[in-house]
Design a protein around this ligand. Structure first.
Ligand SMILES: [Zn+2]
Ligand SMILES: [Zn+2]
Length: 678
């Protein structure tokens, strides 16, 4: 009989691995580190990852349980993958099993191996590539060519920022750099794999199409949360077995097993969706940089409005800066950005007369317009003039939003909803009014102003059904829509061929947000939505595309930078401010959050946390209620911890979390390293 002890990482809140006994037939080969094993845990059977083989265990023999099965048919996860997970667990202060296991496809973790065996058989038969003629390869301009060459020629760990204005052809640089690299490292037995991360795959179907068309002979797979379980397993396995040569995925793909990874590309690297906001609160961008460093491979971070962290690395020379200053399509120029002063041109129904004239002109010319408003619903609140009642959510520190088409009030934070009351619930006044404007209300106003125009709205409400977003975008691309209204969903990725006007309805609220990152985000959003216009060559004699921003603060420096398309200046000013105020990226932060039925429970816990350990070199701020204190009847508080030294902060967090884990409290708490929403 062969026997050994296996240390197995399981998805539990406990920060250690579990010992199990493995017994095999005489002469059987021992399990390998990186293989999956099925074990009994409590009353369940769960799958985990073997992280070590041992001869001894501290578990008493009568308590030691047996491994139920080892998934020997599957090649073990590599040492580098295990090291990536170990780093993430260590850096984000989470249990190792919680990093490793949930990211594996469900069907891989199942008790039965039916799905796994079927998927392996399917992959064994045929590579999921297909034969077709590759799409024509566009000729790059000089700046694009230089960037693509620099990326593909990168030796060892070589991080680059691909900084290019919207429409400058960053995607083409990625594709041609990828093609070069695949050609260099295409030989058997270990042909190169490339990982391309995108913020939201469903909003960028064009990219997936482009990649497939360009590399028709290669297996291209996607990894994102929208996949069905069966697909997810096949795609994951294709990556793990090295068959998939290009993996296109959202943030979760950063933890995919890619044994022959040679290049990582992160498109729109500044996008907030690269940050996971629950559980393991990781930054896929930061993990990607670590992974590239670990493997000694090139990584490209692409953006028109890089995050300040990345920008600072590029300025300091840690990342190479590759610039695309021109739009790729000849004669396509950046749109003219203008501000409409809402104090002078008072809007009716939320739209100024200047913007109405501009829309009218586009309708006459048969061109398309896009109106951007990052607030869905009809109105953010309804109110009673007589007694001052407003539609607060009873469970959150938030308003109930009016959704007019279905006559409901809905809380966007806890999901509570009910019918719109016929009269004020407090005083009975029947004249209760919507205040403010969401996308539905703007759509209604436009329909009144331009009854003959073909208008559509794209936001989370209008695209609830699967595939409806793609269908709606398709009608815009086919030219069946004159005016498109939408939230940030419309700002990303799409090249609208006939769009020459972008109107921004009311971006001012972000100017005065408590969140110091709000300005950075607004700038990125405005540049991105502005970038939807004028991506094609200007027609003979046609006027350039326009972006019109309605604002009450036309003097604000952020708008001046947007008008000048001057990210450099804006970023330099912001970095100087951050340095002066001792904010990231000049210091490092962690945020401890506590939630409880009563605010005091959370605050008491945080107060204890603030004082339970000596902390030289660490600043611990006062515990405070979160800005939106109550969500779904739970009160939330937070404690911000800062340090000028990342190692000092990491060392403190390590000791701190041990103490916190041993502390009894009724509060639910979580720790976030490098928080983005404070
Ligand atoms: Zn009232
Ligand atoms: Zn609510």
């Amino acid at each position: 009989m062969e026997q050994c002890i296996l240390q197995i990482a399981l998805d539990t809140p406990l920060d250690f691995c579990f010992d199990y006994r493995w017994t095999g037939a005489p002469g059987a080969s021992l399990p390998l580190v990186g293989q999956l094993a099925l074990v009994p845990f409590g009353r369940r059977e769960v799958a985990g990852v073997i992280v070590a083989l041992a001869e001894k265990t501290e578990v008493p023999l009568d308590k030691l349980k047996d491994v139920l099965a080892v998934r020997a048919q599957l090649a073990p996860l590599s040492d580098t993958w295990l090291a990536l997970c170990a780093f993430a667990a260590d850096y984000y202060q989470r249990p190792l099993g919680e990093v490793m296991v949930p990211g594996l496809p469900k069907n891989l973790r199942a008790s039965k191996t039916t799905s796994l065996d079927r998927a392996l058989k399917k992959l064994g038969k045929a590579l999921p590539g297909h034969d077709a003629t590759p799409a024509a390869v566009p000729i790059l301009n000089a700046a694009q060519q230089a960037a693509a060459d620099a990326i593909a020629d990168g030796v060892g760990f070589s991080p680059s920022l691909l900084y290019g204005v919207t429409g400058s052809g960053k995607t083409e640089v990625y594709l041609q750099a990828a093609a070069q690299l695949l050609a260099q490292h295409g030989a058997q037995p270990n042909p190169a794999q490339i990982l391309i991360l995108v913020p939201e795959i469903n909003l960028t179907p064009q990219l997936e199409g482009n990649v497939r068309a360009r590399f028709p002979g290669l297996a291209v797979v996607t990894l994102h949360s929208g996949l069905a379980e069966g697909e997810r397993l096949t795609h994951w396995l294709a990556a793990h077995l090295g068959q998939a040569r290009i993996v296109l995925g959202t943030r979760l793909a950063i933890l995919a097993s890619l044994p022959h990874l040679r290049l990582i590309i992160i498109d729109e690297e500044h996008d907030p969706s690269y940050k996971q906001q629950e559980g393991l609160r990781y930054s896929a961008r930061d993990l990607a940089v670590w992974r590239a460093h670990q493997l000694g491979i090139p990584i490209v971070l692409g953006s028109a409005t890089p995050s300040l962290e990345t920008w600072q690395h590029a300025q300091s020379g840690r990342y190479r800066k590759l610039e695309l200053r021109e739009r790729a399509v000849k004669d396509a120029v950046l749109p003219t950005v203008r501000l409409i002063d809402m104090e002078r041109d008072k809007p009716t129904e939320g739209i100024t007369s200047f913007l109405i004239s501009a829309l009218k002109l586009r309708l006459e010319r048969g061109e398309q317009s896009l109106l951007f408003l990052n607030r869905r619903g009809y109105a953010p609140v309804i109110a009673c003039d007589a007694c001052g009642w407003i539609s607060n959510c009873t469970r959150c520190t938030a308003f109930m939003v009016l959704h007019k088409p279905d006559r409901r009030l809905r809380c966007h934070h806890c999901g509570l909803e009910h019918r719109v009351p016929r009269a004020c619930p407090t005083c009975g006044n029947i004249d209760i009014q919507p205040l403010g404007r969401g996308t539905q209300r703007i759509e209604e106003s436009l329909t009144n102003i331009f009854p003959e125009a073909r208008i559509t709205r794209i936001d989370a409400d209008s695209t609830r059904r699967k595939g409806s977003a793609q269908a709606a975008f398709a009608t815009v691309h086919r030219g069946e829509i004159d005016i498109l209204i939408g939230t940030q969903m419309v700002a990303k990725g799409h090249d609208f061929q006939n769009l020459t006007l972008v109107g921004v309805i009311n971006p001012d609220t972000a100017l005065f947000s408590q969140d110091y990152r709000a300005g950075e985000r607004l700038f990125a959003q405005l540049m991105q939505v502005a970038g939807r216009a004028g991506r094609v060559a200007r027609k003979e004699g046609g006027s350039p595309s326009e972006v019109l921003i309605q604002t009450r603060y036309p003097q604000h420096p952020l708008y001046a930078a947007v008008m000048a398309h001057d990210y450099d200046r804006f970023a330099s000013a912001l970095l100087a401010e951050r340095q002066q105020a001792a904010l990231p990226p000049f210091i490092y932060q962690a945020l401890l959050r506590a939630e409880a039925k009563e605010l005091k429970t959370g605050l008491d816990f945080l107060q204890f946390a603030a004082t339970c350990l000596a902390h030289p070199g660490i600043t611990i701020n006062d515990p405070i209620p979160m800005t939106m204190t109550r969500v779904a009847n739970v009160d939330r508080a937070q404690l911000l911890v800062e340090s000028a030294s990342r190692p000092a902060l990491q060392a403190f967090l390590k000791r701190w979390i041990m103490v916190l884990r041993a502390t009894k409290t009724r509060a639910r708490w979580s720790l976030e390293v490098d928080p983005v929403d404070i």
